[in-house]
Design a protein around this ligand. Structure first.
Ligand code: NAD
Length: 476
């Protein structure tokens, strides 16, 4: 049993009614347990954040930057422990767990720099009318609730925590019940750095805890990453209180492969886009649109590449793909395999759970999937790729855009002018040309349509936690 809630600068036992099992998905076995926070403890966390706000928002930007640099440094000091924990609890292969840690470190470093630039962002505003002066002041939004999922726990939390703290907000973070131990590192680091009590609070729990936080009337903003169904509930709570919300939701993203591509290179990009993190990425490029002229050469090579992918326990084997992170996700993906059989889809690779302990499935490819198939239209969140062919650029754009989601897309073509043109026409928040899942802290993250509201990362990620105030003075 782990003590796992960090409230007002103290570690406390959970007083909620849910017992949370922390599992090793490669074995399908629990390795830790903790009690969820009670609704009263969520309230204590929000109260602590509210109490800490006046002093924190008045710290100098350089003081906050120093704390953020401390977070980056301390994450580095916990490197091996955090990599191992992600491998064990998420089932991530080692190199992916390393990339996640480095991403989190880079995020804190980047927002430390942006925090230092904050004083120069408050400006005089030239007015056409005589007799008045005006200036802007960027202020923190206030107390923010941060609710995150389990697929990139270190990273998703860093993308919210670092800009929120940089802006001068105080926070209550609610990690996923699937991976509740990983973000404890942020509480331990806050302790080690002497971050003032209440600036960062962490409450663990399931839906009840998340709902207690998102419904709490002591928040000034909520930033949520997760599923569309929970996102819409969170938005309803925000609307009841007329307060801002950032939503990072699901995706069903396209990878468009034109026939001037090198087949081997295209296969590499396609495989990475659907098997990274076992396909449990909001940005998985799970709809392959392949041009007629290359499809017959590409699909057999893709089939072989997926079949040969080394799948196994990241802690004990050299693997390229681990298990799905939870049993619920494994059952969900297995349900889509059953639907594919019922729909009579043409399965070129995988399409089944692996016959071994743990929550493994094989990397899967369905070809010539009809546009109205559930597998073409719904987010599966597993290593399940659906392919369709196209003839013209216009057709590729139309099919890629024919989705209720709009998170990302990848365009593969040797004709860079065409690739840029297609990128401009795609209705998504981020397009990769001849690369895959390349996320940099300076670029924005977030989607159009059903993939969410708002942007994270870059200066946009900081603005999400800022409020603009103007001070206008009569000179007369
Ligand atoms: P989820 O929506 O089930 O859970 C997300 C978080 O919300 C968890 O912490 C959960 O405990 C909490 N929660 C559950 N019910 C709640 C409620 N009623 N009120 C408030 N909080 C509640 O999502 P998940 O299964 O953890 O994550 C997978 C989903 O996240 C996928 O749809 C994926 O696309 C999405 N995702 C999006 C992004 C992005 O940047 N757009 C990134 C990662 C994941």
């Amino acid at each position: 049993m782990t003590t796992s809630h960090y409230i007002a600068g103290r570690w406390v036992e959970g007083q909620g009614s849910d017992c949370i099992s922390v599992n090793d998905p490669a074995l399908g076995q629990p390795f830790a347990e903790l009690m969820a926070a009670s609704i009263a403890q969520v309230d204590q966390a929000v109260t602590a954040a509210r109490g800490a706000l006046p002093a924190w928002k008045n710290t100098s930007a350089s003081e906050r930057a120093a704390y953020l640099r401390g977070f980056a440094e301390q994450l580095g000091q916990r490197r091996e422990a955090l990599i191992t924990l992600q491998m064990r609890n998420n089932g991530k292969p080692r190199h992916e767990a390393e990339i996640d840690l480095d991403d989190a470190i880079a995020t804190f470093g980047y927002y430390a720099e942006l925090a230092e630039q904050l004083p120069s962002k408050n400006r005089d505003v030239p007015l056409a009318a005589p007799g008045f002066s005006a200036r802007t002041r960027l202020e923190p939004v206030g107390v923010v609730g941060l609710i995150v999922p389990w697929n990139f726990p270190l990273v998703t939390s860093a993308w919210k925590l670092a800009p929120a703290l940089a802006a001068g907000c105080t926070v209550v973070l609610k990690p996923s019940e699937v991976t509740p131990l990983i973000e404890q590192a942020y509480g331990q680091i806050a302790d080690a750095l002497g971050l003032p009590a209440g600036v960062l609070n962490i409450v663990n729990g399931k839906a009840e805890t998340g709902a207690a936080l998102s419904n709490h009337n002591g928040l000034d903003k909520l930033s949520f990453t997760g599923s569309n169904s929970v996102g819409s509930q969170v938005m309803r709570s925000a609307s009841a209180q007329c307060r801002p919300v950032t939503l990072e939701l699901g995706g069903k993203s396209a990878i468009v492969v034109f026939d001037d591509c090198d087949v081997g290179q295209a296969v590499e990009w396609i495989v990475a886009g659907i098997t990274w993190n076992a396909g449990q990425m909001c940005s998985a490029t799970s709809r392959l649109l392949v041009q007629d002229g290359i499809a017959d050469a590409l699909l057999p090579r893709l089939q072989v590449a997926l079949e040969q992918l080394r799948v196994g326990n990241p802690l004990t084997e050299e693997v390229e793909m681990g298990p799905l992170t939870s049993q619920a996700q494994w059952l969900k993906v297995a349900g889509y395999f059953a639907t594919a059989r019922e729909e009579g889809l043409h399965c070129l690779a995988g399409g089944k759970a692996l016959d071994r302990d743990g929550w493994f499935v094989s990397p899967t490819l369905y070809a010539d999937v009809p546009k109205d198939s559930r597998l073409w239209t719904e987010e599966i969140f597993g290593p399940v790729l659906c392919a369709r062919r196209f003839a013209t650029e216009g057709q590729a754009i139309a099919e890629a855009n024919d989705s209720r989601f709009g998170l990302v897309a990848t365009v593969c073509s040797a004709d860079l002018e065409r690739a840029e043109r297609v990128a401009d026409a795609l209705e998504v928040g981020h397009v990769w040309i001849n690369s895959v899942q390349a996320v940099f802290v300076e670029t924005s993250w977030g989607g159009t349509k059903g993939s969410g509201i708002g942007r994270e990362l870059g200066p946009w990620g900081l603005s999400a936690y800022q409020s603009v105030k103007h001070v206008t003075r009569c000179l007369g």
